[in-house]
Design a binder for this molecule. Structure first.
Ligand code: SF4
Length: 401
């Protein structure tokens, strides 16, 4: 069921969005405001709440986008060039979260709207800065850390985030993994006895056909040395309707399964995404969140504080805050590394440790993640350690004799 708000309630909530308190989550209506609302008024709830309807009605051409946003001929021409390289697509649900009264500054709009800046940063960054392809013993399977591997199952996503670090996969046609490729990956995992965790990723791994997902999970679970299956999915954010009973029953069969999702802003937390996360947790699947630090979207303390508090309220643990990778086409989203450390400095101690994610930089060339924290340890000696607390007070801590 969609929340039932009067138009006035809705406008009031939107106007107060900037002052939103963590307790004010779920206040975004999910049928848009202004133009989108009018265009979707006739859509029945049963259709709107059906993930297949959402996929069938994705906005993925500039012609469709122009029903919602006026674009000049020059803009259309420029954006055609952008989306011929970096494709465009967004579910009506995720698009409906945009506050059209101030869309240029809206965090959802900025995450999904193609921008000429994607081509301006062409010479900066690389297609694969983390060298995932180089660390792939089997195409699509990255083996970087000793005890875990990552399987890319598709290059399809319900909504394409402009900051995605796998944009290199976008110029190819949308496609899912083949059975032959799955079997090659499973064979590799089975041979490597030190692998204890398999991460399913994409694209959006929860969008591959259920029978393929079942086959992959079943094949992994047959390997004795694999303990944990982790799924990296933005479905709770961009298409929460996909979290159906059938899907959860399937995932729960292969427990322990963990799910890492990707909320970047508190305005992405709606009653619908909250319900999806609740259902996932109730199925015995712990949910963690990985946020990407994005310039002009969430690179300030208040936004991340509110996001992390809101996540905890829907039982999602803020796990990582990632520095945005230097990928071609995302340069305009990148912040300086010091910004992330500064944000953690303002969170650590000032709020519950549960609301403080690990800030990490993925090192270029495949060196792996490096966690970065403000410097709280000022000096060591054999007898004691000098520590600084979150209030900048200095303490001497006695070492064991
Ligand atoms: S959902 Fe994930 S894989 Fe898909 S575009 Fe967004 S960040 Fe990239």
């Amino acid at each position: 069921m969609q929340p039932k708000f009067s138009k006035n309630d809705f406008l009031r909530m939107h106007h107060s969005l900037d002052k939103i308190e963590p307790s004010g989550i779920f206040s975004r209506y999910v049928r848009g405001i202004g133009v989108p609302r009018k265009l979707w008024e006739h859509i029945l709830d049963k259709d709107w709440n059906d993930w297949k309807w959402q996929i069938a009605n994705r906005i993925h051409t500039l012609q469709e986008l122009q029903k919602f946003i006026p674009l000049s001929a020059q803009q259309v021409s420029n954006l055609e060039k952008v989306i011929s390289v970096f494709r465009f697509g967004v579910t009506p649900y995720y698009f409906s979260l945009i506050n059209f009264q101030d869309r240029e500054h809206d965090p959802v709009f900025r995450q999904i709207m193609p921008s000429e800046k994607e081509l301006e940063g062409w010479g900066k960054g690389s297609w694969d800065p983390l060298n995932e392809e180089g660390d792939s013993p089997v195409p699509g399977l990255t083996h970087r850390y000793p005890d875990r591997v990552l399987m890319v199952l598709t290059n399809f996503c319900p909504s394409y985030c402009r900051h995605c670090n796998r944009k290199r996969k976008w110029p190819q046609e949308e496609h899912n993994i083949t059975r032959e490729r799955i079997d090659q990956m499973i064979h590799y995992i089975g041979k490597n006895l030190h692998l204890r965790e398999v991460i399913l990723s994409g694209g959006e791994p929860l969008m591959i056909p259920m029978e393929d997902l079942d086959y992959i999970l079943w094949s992994i679970r047959r390997i004795d040395h694999v303990e944990i299956i982790r799924i990296g999915s933005r479905i709770p954010v961009t298409l929460p309707q996909r979290i159906t009973g059938d899907l959860l029953t399937l995932l729960a069969k292969y427990s322990p399964v963990w799910l890492n999702t990707h909320f970047n802003h508190y305005c992405e937390i709606t009653s619908v995404s909250a319900e999806a996360c609740e259902k996932i947790v109730q199925s015995g699947i712990p949910v963690n969140n990985q946020t990407v630090l994005l310039k002009g979207i969430n690179d300030d303390v208040q936004t991340l504080l509110q996001l992390n508090h809101a996540l905890l309220k829907i039982k999602v643990r803020p796990y990582y805050l990632f520095q945005c990778d230097p990928v071609i086409g995302v340069e305009h989203f990148r912040t300086r590394v010091a910004k992330g450390i500064e944000i953690i400095e303002h969170l650590q101690g000032h709020t519950s440790g549960l609301a403080v994610p690990i800030f990490a930089v993925d090192t270029p060339g495949g060196g792996g993640k490096v966690p970065l924290i403000p410097n709280y340890c000022l000096s060591f000696s054999p007898e004691h350690v000098i520590l600084r607390n979150y209030r900048n007070q200095i303490y001497q801590y006695q070492e064991p004799i």
